[in-house]
Design a binder for this molecule. Structure first.
Ligand SMILES: Nc1ncnc2c1ncn2[C@@H]1O[C@H](COP(=O)(O)OP(=O)(O)OP(=O)(O)O)[C@@H](O)[C@H]1O
Ligand SMILES: [Mg+2]
Length: 365
């Protein structure tokens, strides 16, 4: 039988609501009991089998018995819905062009609810963000939630699909039920996961059910919440689903001007003493994402602290490392910049960039 330590251990596991650990512990007890008390072992084993882990539902922990406790429970328990804290500091994402215009509008609409409603209109309820990695889709969802003072929940569909196929439809419905129960922003990340799964081996019926759930839930989504889907592969998203979103926001790699802004933002307090590197970075970062820019700039800043004496050489090598990926015209600009602004010799610039000294000389002249 269970001794005091076992009972304490079990109680602790149960209180942390880690079902997998509770199951593991009980399975161990079954093995122990088989020797000493076969009848109890059989009963316990029967209980474990009859309560399949899936039957408890993925959002069991997100639905505490006391609704007022909902948020604390989400915070403390891992579930498929990730809750982002709105109070965390967050800088505004760098937006431009259409993204700036559309997301600006969707925030403004929330300040004009009454005016809209007098005209029989609702604010935009659902958006789909499409674009390459690292350009601010997730960051923008967080920013919208912050600006609208709504809690943000994120659901990674690829994780849901890989772990719960067979119950994804009902699990997804539970997620929506929860999200619809109070005003919030729900981010469905990697919404193309459904399509990718379809290309694999999946049960077609299950996927159809899943798309149907999504379609219904999109139609039902309340106007006091915001539903945002994000994808790197818009073309993979089911067209019927795509059509349901009221706003399609296409994120792109930043323009030259925004590359400059991003470099400046991520150089932060080091901008003044690193500004001469900004020009080179601008040439090298064309076509790259904000998160690429952030990564390189942060690496440079760290380098300056740990190796101040060799910084210039190390920095140049670090930046030029992936020179083969850079367009020829940008490479020539970078080589010229190395010589005329950063004081490298034509020979060094040629070695780093592969641009001939002749070309560098002509360009400088
Ligand atoms: N528009 C932006 N303005 C400022 N910083 C940005 C921007 N986009 C990305 N970043 C920086 O890059 C990080 C990663 O961006 P984010 O997670 O939003 O990318 P994503 O578009 O969601 O990429 P993925 O498709 O891989 O999910 C951000 O936390 C931020 O530091
Ligand atoms: Mg993202």
């Amino acid at each position: 039988m269970l001794n005091d330590d076992d009972v304490f251990h079990l109680a602790r596991l149960a209180l942390t609501k880690d079902e997998a650990d509770v199951r593991l512990f009980l399975a161990k007890q079954v093995r122990k009991l088989r020797r000493d008390d076969p009848e109890s072992a059989t009963r316990l084993e029967g209980l474990l089998k009859s309560q399949s882990s899936r039957s408890t539902g993925i959002l069991r922990d997100a639905f505490p018995h006391d609704p007022s406790d909902r948020r604390s429970n989400l915070d403390s328990t891992p579930s498929l819905l990730k809750h982002y804290d709105n109070d965390q500091p967050l800088q505004a994402p760098i937006w431009e062009g259409e993204v700036l215009q559309m997301l600006g509008q969707s925030i403004s609409e929330r300040h004009f609810i009454d005016e809209l409603s007098r005209c029989g209109l609702l604010p935009t309820r659902s958006l789909i963000f499409e674009g390459p990695p690292g350009v601010g889709k997730t960051m923008s969802a967080k920013w919208l939630a912050k600006k609208l003072a709504l809690p943000l929940y994120a659901l990674d569909l690829s994780a849901v699909m890989s772990s719960y196929l067979g119950k994804t439809g009902s699990n997804l419905r539970s997620v929506f039920d929860f999200a619809k129960s109070h005003p919030c922003v729900l981010l469905l990340d990697e919404v193309d996961a459904i399509a990718k799964r379809r290309a694999d081996d999946a049960d077609v019926g299950e996927l159809k059910r899943l798309v149907t759930v999504m379609l219904q839930e999109l139609d039902d989504w309340p106007a006091d919440g915001l539903l945002i889907a994000a994808t790197n592969h818009g073309s993979l998203v089911d067209p019927a689903l795509w059509r349901r979103f009221e706003m399609v926001v296409a994120f792109k790699a930043p323009s030259a001007e925004m590359v400059r802004e991003s470099i400046c933002r991520y150089m932060g307090p080091d901008f003044d003493n690193m500004r001469h590197w900004a020009g080179l970075l601008e040439y090298l970062m064309v076509g790259k994402s904000h998160s690429d820019i952030e990564r390189v700039v942060m690496q440079l800043r760290r380098l300056k602290v740990i190796a101040p004496l060799q910084f210039e050489d190390l920095a140049a090598n670090l930046l030029i490392r992936d020179v083969d990926d850079i367009k020829k015209s940008e490479r020539i600009n970078a080589a010229t910049y190395l010589v005329s602004t950063l004081g490298f010799s034509q020979h060094q610039a040629n070695k780093m960039t592969g641009v001939s000294r002749d070309t560098i000389r002509k360009k400088i002249a």
